[in-house]
Design a protein around this ligand. Structure first.
Ligand code: NAD
Ligand code: TYD
Length: 360
């Protein structure tokens, strides 16, 4: 009999957002057993969790959510009370060149987890209290809603209209999660969040890529004219929203999470260039010379912007950080962690698992 109050399976915990969620839960809730299940794809890096890997309530499990037998077995052998599902293929450009990988992990992998939860939780009666309930919490994106014109915001009632293979695969997984709630009574919650930024993000996404390239005097690619708009949220604020929703949201509910922080890509890049000039003691305007307009992304959504009034009103969550402060913190982090970036870009980080975990 475990001495822990709950065993929570967090999938994709070695990735960008997942590592922040794992860290927050492991540190804040020593009474929870946190299992981090991750395949360690190119985007999963256990170096992201070095600071908590020896804590007693944390365990890493290497595995693939597409492997149904493995997932079934995991649920049979571990008494999992709740799942926070972040494992996914997450980069739009990769989804354009390899959509099948996205269907496999994001759709099939999610259904494998749902089936295992359904089997494992079949005997348990619905708990009254939020703190004891079984829960499948699915982490999703605002990209499922498609694109906005110059005005309007995505609300929880906005119809799904995904355009990229990435967003279509996430929309499919959201639909499957809701269908398991409506058909089989699986207790689920879904949240759809806007673009995240912060530490430990793989440098293929706009902000870490730009920081990395400016640092190394390489061109900063801006798609099309740079007029697309994204609504940026500091990753630790997303993790705190996930904590809030996990503990307070009604079963079957959906919440949008966002920063009320819209930026045109080109303006954001100019802002980053200014910060980088200052940090690297370059004369003003030096980094901006690296901006290079390149061919636009196919099917590039023009604008994402979230109405997060529901989570603010019902659950009392709001972002804690102003964007200028968050961006400054983020730049400082990447500049101070050149070794982390070096390990990633050289592939050296892949050896970390072998050294730290394979013999445990
Ligand atoms: P990420 O690419 O940094 O991390 C994904 C993690 O999932 C990696 O550790 C990877 O190894 C793991 N993974 C991939 N395939 C797997 C598989 N088959 N089995 C087990 N593990 C696997 O992604 P992220 O940016 O941290 O996003 C996490 C989640 O949040 C995703 O579901 C994404 O759709 C969602 N999301 C991301 C953003 C964003 O701005 N990054 C915004 C909203 C929602
Ligand atoms: P990205 O970080 O890939 O997130 P998403 O596509 O999920 O929103 O891209 C953010 C925005 O930046 C998006 O409009 C595409 C654009 N972009 C560039 O202009 N250049 C780049 O090199 C990248 C990676 C993205």
């Amino acid at each position: 009999m475990s001495s822990y109050k709950r065993t929570i399976l967090i999938t994709g915990g070695a990735g960008f957002i997942g590592s922040h969620v794992v860290r927050l839960f492991v540190k804040k809730y020593p009474e929870y057993r946190i299992l981090n299940l991750d395949k360690l794809t190119y985007a999963g890096n256990l170096e992201n969790l070095k600071d908590i890997e020896d804590l007693p309530n944390y365990e890493f499990i290497k595995g693939d959510i597409v492997d149904n037998e493995f997932i079934q077995n995991l649920f049979k052998t571990r008494a999992i009370d709740a799942v926070i599902h972040l494992a996914a293929e997450s980069h739009v450009d990769r989804s354009i060149s390899n959509p099948m990988e996205f269907v496999m992990t994001n759709v099939i992998g999610t259904v494998n987890l749902l089936n295992a939860a359904k089997m494992s939780w079949a005997q348990s009666s619905a708990a009254d209290s939020l703190s004891e309930r079984k829960l499948f919490y699915h982490i999703s994106t605002d990209e499922v809603y498609g694109t906005l014109g110059a005005s309007g915001l995505f609300t929880e009632e906005t119809s799904y209209d995904p355009h990229s293979p990435y967003s279509a695969s996430k929309a499919s997984s959201d639909h499957m999660v809701r269908s398991y709630h409506d058909t089989y009574g699986i207790p689920v919650v879904i949240s759809n969040c806007s673009n995240n930024y912060g530490s430990f993000q793989f440098p293929e996404k706009l902000i870490p890529l730009a920081i990395h390239n400016i640092r190394n005097n390489r061109p900063v690619p801006v798609y099309g004219k740079g007029e697309n708009i994204r609504d940026w949220l500091f990753v630790e604020d997303h993790a705190s929203a996930i904590d809030t929703i996990f503990h307070k949201a009604k079963t079957g509910s959906t919440y949008n999470i966002g920063g009320h922080n819209e930026w045109k890509n080109i303006d954001l890049i100019h802002e980053l260039c200014k910060i980088m000039d200052r940090k690297l003691h370059r004369s003003e305007g030096t980094s901006a010379k690296l901006i290079t307009f390149v061919k636009d992304r196919a099917g590039h959504d023009l604008r994402y912007a979230i109405d997060s009034s529901k989570i603010q009103r019902e659950l009392g969550w709001k972002p804690s950080l102003q964007f200028e402060e968050g961006l400054e913190k983020t730049v400082d982090w990447y500049l101070a962690h050149e070794d982390w970036l070096q390990h990633l870009t050289s592939g050296e980080y892949l050896h970390y698992y072998e050294q730290q975990y394979s013999h445990r």
